[in-house]
Design a binder for this molecule. Structure first.
Ligand SMILES: Cc1cc2nc3c(=O)[nH]c(=O)nc-3n(C[C@H](O)[C@H](O)[C@H](O)COP(=O)(O)OP(=O)(O)OC[C@H]3O[C@@H](n4cnc5c(N)ncnc54)[C@H](O)[C@@H]3O)c2cc1C
Length: 428
């Protein structure tokens, strides 16, 4: 059983295709009774091996709980089950005039259970934040089947410790979510998308720093380096062959201010060395500008048998140094390395692509060197994909043993037998 990482798992002894809260409770009770590991799973698009059962046991598939239980148009809330596909939630709330901002690029496939467990975010996080910023309450089930009613159904509230926030991003290791209450916001009146091309990725990275200012206020600011652009050209995308980097920028708000912001952003791009800037407000034209970015994962998959995508983050002012690290590695290695991602947040996806299995140790050394450099630059190991299985061996690069120990104690409090999603976050 796999996800969208390179991680390998064991064959589970049972897969529970849950369709109701009672199915979840019973599976969690059985796991506790017979003391077998249990691994929650939603759509399996995770990039850190979180849904992979490394010790076999039970896989608890939650996609069958796929109801949008309620959209309260007066309160601006949505109540959802964990199997709801994110794009379906977007469509449903937007029909009611509301907006749910988190937008991982896998939104047509991934489900809310996975989004909650990973605290997923996406391009719009630059302006709106990630999943955690929209979760008011959770129906969380513990191993054994006991339930915790966490959080609230009101927009404000600070009663007790904020265990809802602890659960969001807990990577399926503390509890299984049966339901979530989400906060919605007003749908922006209008949106504009811009694409700016640059000769070099360093020029594009410097421009990112200039664009993330209050007078520009972009909601998305995505970067693609020259290796990424070449992969897109090879896949049939007509991108100017002279371009060495691309920024994809989006602004939203009232129409008059969106136009002003877009004009200022275009001018800043040109003053920072952009060789061309294209802007679009019409949905079909905006879609065309996004198409290369959306194609990316598929286009890269075709390039090599193996693909590792690491979602590291550095302060925006250090993006250039991180890009330099990857470019230098790419220049001296047999492994193809390329970078793209949510640069406005300082979050870049560094990808390693290779064919020969014997190159795996070389890639492992490259990822360790990448993580060391990220920490040296004042960054963090994961922006949105989670530690999961693939980054667990590197947790100590960022966090000292006392902090890791405290988190292990918390895990024991919720799951004393260590049965829920073992091997994730903390290396065995
Ligand atoms: C092409 C592509 C683009 C992507 N782009 C982004 C992006 O822009 N931003 C981003 O953040 N991520 C991105 N991802 C990663 C991935 O889509 C997200 O992490 C997503 O939230 C995973 O959702 P899922 O439903 O596939 O979860 P799964 O992969 O099935 O599971 C992920 C984790 O959630 C846990 N889990 C699942 N259901 C539950 C539940 N009910 N209760 C408790 N725990 C549960 C699992 O145990 C696992 O640890 C991308 C992935 C792909 C393939």
């Amino acid at each position: 059983m796999r996800d969208e990482s390179e991680a390998q798992g064991a064959v589970p002894c049972a897969v529970v295709l849950a369709e109701s809260r009672q199915d979840l409770t019973r599976a969690l009770a059985v796991a506790s009774e017979v003391e077998v590991p249990i691994t929650p799973r939603a759509a399996g698009t995770g990039r850190s091996g979180g849904a992979i059962p490394i010790e076999g046991g039970i896989v608890l598939a939650t996609l069958g709980l796929g109801s949008i239980v309620d959209i309260d148009r007066h309160e601006g809330l949505a109540v959802v089950e964990p199997g709801v596909v994110l794009a379906d939630l977007h469509a449903a709330v937007e029909q009611e005039g509301w907006f749910y901002p988190p937008d991982p690029n896998s939104l047509e496939q991934c489900a809310l259970g996975g989004n909650l467990a990973e605290n997923s975010s996406g391009p719009r996080a630059l302006k709106y934040g990630g999943t955690r910023d929209y979760v008011l309450g959770l129906d969380a089930l513990l191993v054994g089947g006991d339930a915790l009613a966490l959080g609230r159904k009101t927009r404000k509230g600070v009663t007790g410790y904020d265990l809802t926030s602890l659960m969001v991003g807990s990577e399926g290791t503390l509890a299984v979510f049966a339901r979530a209450t989400l906060r919605l916001i007003a749908k922006p009146e209008s949106v504009m998308t811009l694409v700016a091309l640059f000769e070099s990725v360093q020029a594009a990275a410097a421009c990112v720093v200039s664009l993330v200012r209050p007078e520009h206020g972009p909601r998305c600011l995505e970067l693609m380096d020259h290796v990424t652009l070449q992969a897109l050209r090879d896949a049939g995308n007509p991108i100017d062959p002279r371009a060495g980097a691309m920024l994809l920028i989006e602004v939203d708000g009232p129409q008059h201010s969106v136009e002003q912001h877009a004009e200022r952003i275009g001018a800043t791009c040109v003053s920072r060395g952009a060789t061309s800037v294209e802007a679009a407000a019409h949905p079909a034209q905006r879609d065309r500008l996004w198409s290369a970015r959306r194609e990316l994962s598929r286009a890269l998959r075709k390039l090599a048998r193996h693909k590792l995508a690491h979602d590291v983050v550095v302060p925006r002012t250090r993006l250039g140094a991180l890009l330099d690290h990857v470019a230098q590695y790419e220049a001296r290695s047999d492994i193809r390395a390329l970078t793209y991602g949510h640069a406005g947040d300082g979050a870049l996806h560094v990808n390693f692509l290779w064919d020969a299995d014997e190159h795996a140790p070389q890639v492992a050394a490259a990822e360790a060197a990448l993580f060391r450099r990220v920490i040296e630059l004042g960054g963090t190991l994961t922006a949105e994909h989670g530690i999961g299985l693939v980054k667990a061996p590197y947790l100590s690069f960022e966090q000292d043993s006392a902090l890791v120990g405290l988190q292990r104690e918390l895990k024991r409090k919720f799951d004393p037998k260590g049965l829920l999603n073992p091997g994730k976050v903390f290396a065995p």
